[in-house]
Design a protein around this ligand. Structure first.
Ligand code: ADP
Length: 313
């Protein structure tokens, strides 16, 4: 099974002709409210691909919290994944323009309250997993404790440091990175890591050479595998002592890039947890990312195995 430590965020998104400027009010062509958050997206994405999924997601006690139970139920995820705190549920608001570009702001709410105590209560479930996943919509202490438990039990860990923040004061001394087996970063996160490590920015580039020095530095921090996703430019995978693997993006007409990284990460995690070779898992991941960008929203756009197979064929 996969264990997802992550966020539950109710995502509100408006479809607009172009992104609004400061002080401007635009008419939206569509408005969508859907349960999301990187944690839920990863869990749903992996479950839809057929994986058994467990995890820990925090919700508040407000009106938005009531969306969580039915969403998990609809996705075939166990209700035991939810942990309730008093106060607001995580919520986000975003815009997607005609070109499929997006921007958003997220209030963490209950997600910020998950800590080592809540993680400790599900330690046996973490230790039983094949792969444990975390993103940065929950706090460092919860992630560090989850990864500590996983690694002590010999379970692989996958970190998607999104939205980006420094994993500890000094990257090279980060406990979280030291306990990470697989690190998945997008172009923004790669540029942030490069800046923090004093390396040339890979911004705007997609070829393996642009990320070689960065990947080498990140591999030295703990991960055995570093995957960089560069949107329509595809994905690159780096392992110490191996040539970079290049996974091109599937050529599709993108309508909404929201959730591409989450879908990709879910696909990669499922492939690796199923024991598939890295190259095959990357192809599965890229197909998941491509499926999501072809549809508006994330929750309903995350593909099942048939949708992925159609693209892979
Ligand atoms: P994020 O959503 O975190 O910014 P990316 O934009 O890098 O992540 O997308 C993750 C993966 O999803 C890419 O590596 C690619 O495989 C797939 N993907 C993203 N955008 C597209 C696109 N326009 N067409 C096809 N595949 C895409």
């Amino acid at each position: 099974a996969l264990f997802v430590l992550g966020s539950f965020v109710v995502a509100c998104s408006a479809t607009v002709a172009r992104l609004p400027r400061a002080g401007e009010s635009l008419e939206a062509q569509a408005f969508l409210v859907e349960p999301g958050g990187k944690g839920l997206n990863l869990a749903v994405g992996a479950r839809r691909l057929g994986a058994a999924v467990d995890g820990l997601l925090a919700i508040g006690d407000d009106a938005l919290a009531a969306l969580a139970g039915p969403a998990l139920d609809r996705a075939g995820l166990p209700a035991a994944m939810l942990h309730g705190f008093p106060g607001p549920t995580g919520a986000g608001i975003g815009f997607t323009d005609a070109a499929g570009e997006n921007c958003l702001a997220v209030h963490p709410g209950a997600n910020a309250r998950l800590g080592p105590a809540e993680v400790g209560r599900v330690a046996d479930r973490i230790a039983r997993a094949d792969l444990v996943l975390a993103q940065f919509e929950v706090g460092d202490a919860a992630i560090a404790e989850t990864f500590r438990i996983a690694r002590a039990a010999g379970v692989r860990t996958l970190l998607n440091p999104s939205p980006f923040r420094m994993p500890g004061q000094e990257i090279r001394a980060s406990k979280i990175l030291a306990a990470t087996t697989i690190l998945v970063v997008n172009a923004v996160e790669a540029a942030a890591f490069a800046a923090a490590l004093g390396l040339d920015s890979p911004e705007g580039r997609t070829e393996p050479d642009a990320f070689g020095a960065l990947a080498e530095a990140l591999l030295a921090c703990g991960p055995a595998l570093v995957v960089v996703t560069v949107g329509a430019g595809g994905a690159l995978a780096f392992q110490a002592g191996h040539p970079a693997l290049v996974q091109p993006a599937f050529p599709v007409a993108a309508v909404d890039t929201l959730g591409a990284g989450d879908a990709f990460t879910a696909g990669l995690a499922v492939g690796l947890a199923e024991g598939r070779p890295l190259a095959e898992s990357l192809r599965l991941a890229a197909a998941c990312g491509a499926c999501v960008v072809c549809r508006k929203g994330v929750f309903d756009a995350l593909p099942d195995r048939d949708a992925v197979a159609a693209l892979l064929a």
